[in-house]
Design a protein around this ligand. Structure first.
Ligand code: UD1
Length: 417
């Protein structure tokens, strides 16, 4: 696997176009299996997770054609298999959406327990609870989750934890079920609204997506659809933090600023300038940002996916900051690597205390997960000397042409063997 060589000390300036949202796209592609009619999805990010999903669909017998690098045509009329292959499924966590989609289409599904980023325990009990409520029997044998229902019947599901994956998966299983499903304590992420809009455009009846109660009235079949994926708020947040950390001046285009509210608010609290205009925003860094405390929460709280990235910025702040990770209990694996670059961070349970005004120095680091990988790139950009990042497969899973986009902004980042 190649590695990334980042040379520190460059400021960032210019314009970066934000790609389609990974977390929408990885749900919308499986959702396309719910219809026999043609589906066209635009603004897909060119990332490895999407290619893996396309490979899974091809394996299942679905006709998949790339019309442009970001537009996918899907014809699942000849879909006959409901068993997903382990070798592909293990590569991304979102393959759990095949459970809901195949169950909705065939009333059965066999999908190996999914892989993805190691953020500590990531159970799928709430997904399963939803499927069982709709009438599915569940067996896990040899690492494969097997679902089967005589018929799927709408039900009330109260989620014990606010889960993006469970909310979407239950929606997928319920859109063609008989009668009405109500998901209470649902997650409210913009990606959930995007998936609901996609399904509704196919003829589904989903109301309330984006609130904590989602009502779904089952329909017998779904029709064709053309859909454009929303912008990736986490990719946008990544470039915002990069611009702020490198004391740059960067314009982000193709964003939905409303989705970025929690990130914009935190950056402004740090005295970093964020100017919002329609679907663009400009971030202008300062020499000494103000220390702030951050608590991650489900949307509209501060996203857990931005936690490691924000941590890098806080190493440069005036004063100490406290980060509390409320979503994933094992999401501080990047801390040891950052410490090797000179960061002074103390972790106690779900809390990290980050000292500001730290001189970071380049070091070899390992991308412990997708967002941590991006955090190390930003750390490398502001560090003295060279940083070499290994295990960059994680980064390519979720960031489209990251070296190209950063180089265009003035960064020194290259792939090396
Ligand atoms: C999604 C995102 C991920 C993001 C996360 C939280 C995708 C593909 N991934 O992951 O980038 O970090 O939301 O915003 O969209 N939980 C349970 N039981 C379940 C399901 C979840 O206990 O059945 C717990 C998890 O362990 C975690 C919390 O609920 O502590 C939130 O997880 P969830 O929202 O489900 O995350 P994902 O959908 O896996």
């Amino acid at each position: 696997m190649p590695r990334l060589l980042v040379t520190g000390g460059c400021s960032l300036a210019g314009t970066v176009k934000i790609s389609g949202a990974k977390n929408s796209a990885v749900a919308i592609i499986p959702a396309a299996l719910l219809t026999e009619a043609p589906v066209r999805i635009e603004n897909l990010p060119e990332i490895d997770d999407i290619q893996v999903l396309v490979d899974i669909l091809t394996y299942l017998g679905v006709r998949v054609v790339w019309e442009t690098p970001s537009t996918l045509f899907i014809d699942a009329s000849k879909l006959t298999k409901w068993q997903a292959p382990y070798d592909l499924v293990k590569k991304l966590r979102a393959s759990y959406y095949l459970l809901g989609a195949l169950l909705g289409r065939f009333q059965k599904a066999e999908v190996p327990v999914p892989g993805g980023c190691d953020l500590g325990p990531r159970p799928i009990d709430q997904h399963i609870k939803g499927f069982v409520s709709l009438g599915a029997k569940v067996d896990t044998e040899h690492g494969i989750v097997k679902l089967e229902a005589d018929r799927l019947v709408g039900a009330e599901v109260y989620l014990d934890v606010v889960s993006v994956g469970a909310t979407i998966n239950i929606m997928l299983a319920a859109v063609r079920a008989e009668g009405r499903t109500v998901i209470e304590n649902a997650a409210k992420e913009p990606e959930i609204v995007d998936v609901a809009n996609f399904l509704n455009a196919m003829g589904a009846k989903i109301r309330g997506a984006g609130t904590d109660v989602i009502r779904i009235t089952g329909v017998k079949e779904l029709g064709p659809v053309n859909h454009c994926v929303i912008p990736d708020r986490i990719e946008a947040g990544t470039y915002m933090i990069a611009a702020a950390a490198a004391q740059g001046n960067v314009l982000l285009t193709d964003v939905i600023p409303k989705h970025l509210d929690p990130i914009i608010a935190k950056l402004r609290e740090m005295n970093i300038t964020v100017d919002v205009q329609d679907d663009q925003l400009r971030v202008i860094g300062v020499e000494q940002p103000q220390a702030v405390d951050i608590k991650t929460f489900p949307y509209p709280g501060f996203p857990t996916d931005m936690q490691s990235l924000a941590m890098v910025l806080l190493t440069q702040a005036e004063g100490s900051s406290i980060i509390t990770e409320n979503v994933f209990e094992g999401r501080f694996k990047h801390v040891d690597e950052l410490k090797r670059m000179g960061a002074r961070i103390k972790v106690e349970g779900r809390t990290a205390i980050v000292d500001g005004r730290t001189l970071l120095t380049g070091a070899p680091v390992r991308a412990t997960d997708l967002r941590a990988g991006a955090a190390f790139i930003i750390a490398g950009l502001i560090a003295q000397g060279e940083t070499i990042i290994s295990d960059i497969g994680h980064i390519y899973r979720g960031y489209e042409r990251v070296c190209e986009k950063l180089t265009a902004l003035g960064a020194k980042i290259v792939e090396i063997e």
